[in-house]
Write a protein that binds this ligand. Structure first.
Ligand SMILES: [Mn+2]
Length: 423
């Protein structure tokens, strides 16, 4: 039977916005504090407007094991609105909100179900008295779940469509706790048709079909590391069981990285204008409030100016003045200066001094790299990359051609800064 559901998770309701400076006006601070709760509202509205049959929530509903009353009530209210529209919801807990935590007593609607911990269990998703899918799930009892839970999911013989609902790390993804570790082949072996996963905050379809494996990501970024669109998946299953999972942005405030080259910009005033324009364009494209993280790049005469004390600070406050604090808002959080000095590279490379010679050496390395010879640079960097602390930090990874080229560029810029008297 054809049906639809929403796959969400990692709501982290009522979690603070981190990485913001002191200067944030109260009004914006409040909007940021409420952003996770409002993005949950948007998900509920998407489910109702999309006339789905069910909503799956893949763990980490709450930021802390000891839930706040405010978050618990907001979550329950959303489930109740879904239930009023006869939409069932299915919830598992994750490492942030294990069942061992404290929770205020709040009554859930009958159509909302939370899976227990211990063993995987299953519940039917019904429409008009007919089972259209079976949801299998298991909650975290405690934060540190080291067991491979995915390996304990099994399809039963009579299932129209099997869904696995789980908070887990597939393939040991770096930067996240290795909870309920499992592999893609564990997931495939379970007989599920769709895996509704939580835990990794960057949304991704790990596998398109047989089974479809999806991380919904968190619907609202909370720090600069959680930039770009965030949301959930609206999933359609057709009569033959084919799955289409479509990402839908649900964030209320978006952390937005913006790169701006100073190459074509002649004056400080024009720079303020250009940064402001970039923010305005981004805010319009995002269609919601944004927190902008601007990086200035490229070469140009303004580089020298930006190195002067207070110039960047003044640019920052002048740009901020251009934007109000209404709704939606555009808040300029940081400007990072990654510009390089203006220089006639071709001419300087020909000169007979130390800088000319060094620039020629850089160019030789660049050409060698582009021709696929990484050996020289790898030898040079071997001591660094073999250092135990560096190895640990990089997980043993070696830089690829693109990374080496970027390293060369930034080393060259530093050398120019040191050696070029004219810049
Ligand atoms: Mn999470």
């Amino acid at each position: 039977m054809r049906f639809r559901f929403v796959h969400t998770g990692d709501l982290h309701l009522d979690s603070p916005f981190l990485g913001l400076g002191q200067a944030v006006p109260e009004r914006i601070a409040t909007a940021l504090r409420d952003a996770t709760l409002h993005s949950w509202d948007r998900i509920v509205r998407l489910a109702i407007d999309g006339k789905v049959d069910g909503v799956l929530v893949a763990g980490d509903v709450f930021e802390g094991a000891n839930r706040t009353l405010r978050a618990q009530v907001a979550f329950r209210d959303g489930l109740a609105r879904l239930a009023q529209e006869r939409i069932s919801s299915f919830v598992v807990t994750g490492n942030h909100d294990p069942l061992s935590g404290w929770e205020p007593a709040v009554t859930w609607p009958g159509l909302a179900y939370r899976f227990p911990a211990g063993e995987v269990s299953s519940r039917p998703l019904m429409r008009d008295g007919t089972e259209i899918a079976r949801i299998h799930g298991i909650s975290y009892a405690v934060r540190d779940v080291t067991r491979n839970l995915a390996a304990t999911f099994h399809r039963e013989a009579d299932e129209p469509f099997a869904i696995g609902l789980l908070h887990a790390n597939v393939g040991g993804i770096e930067g996240y706790g290795n909870y309920a570790p499992c592999s893609l082949s564990d997931l495939a072996a379970s007989g599920m048709d769709y895996w509704a996963l939580g835990h990794i905050h960057k949304h991704a379809i790990l596998r398109a079909a047989d089974p479809t494996v999806v991380y919904c990501g968190n619907p609202q970024g909370r720090d600069p590391g959680e930039a770009d669109p965030r949301g959930c998946y609206l999933v359609e299953v057709d009569d033959s069981g084919n799955v289409q999972a479509k990402f839908r942005a649900m964030d209320v405030v978006r952390w937005q990285r913006l790169n701006l080259s100073i190459e074509e910009i002649a004056t400080e005033e024009a720079l303020c204008q250009a940064i402001g324009d970039a923010i305005e364009t981004a805010a319009t494209a995002a269609g919601r409030s944004i927190v902008a993280l601007v990086t200035l790049t490229g070469r140009g005469p303004l580089h020298t100016s930006l190195r002067r004390p207070a110039v960047l600070r003044d640019v920052h406050s002048l740009v901020r003045e251009r934007f109000g604090i209404g709704e939606p808002f555009a808040w300029l959080e940081t400007i990072r200066d990654a510009t390089r000095p203006s220089i006639d590279l071709a001419a300087r490379r020909e000169s007979g001094d130390l800088l000319g010679e060094t620039l020629r050496e850089f160019e030789r390395s660049r050409i060698a790299l582009r021709e696929g010879q990484q050996a020289d640079l790898h030898d040079l960097l071997l001591d660094l990359y073999d250092h135990p602390r560096v190895r640990r930090a990089l997980g043993g990874a070696q830089p690829g051609t693109a990374e080496l080229l970027a390293l060369l560029d930034s080393a060259e810029a530093q050398v120019i800064d040191q050696l070029d008297e004219t810049g």
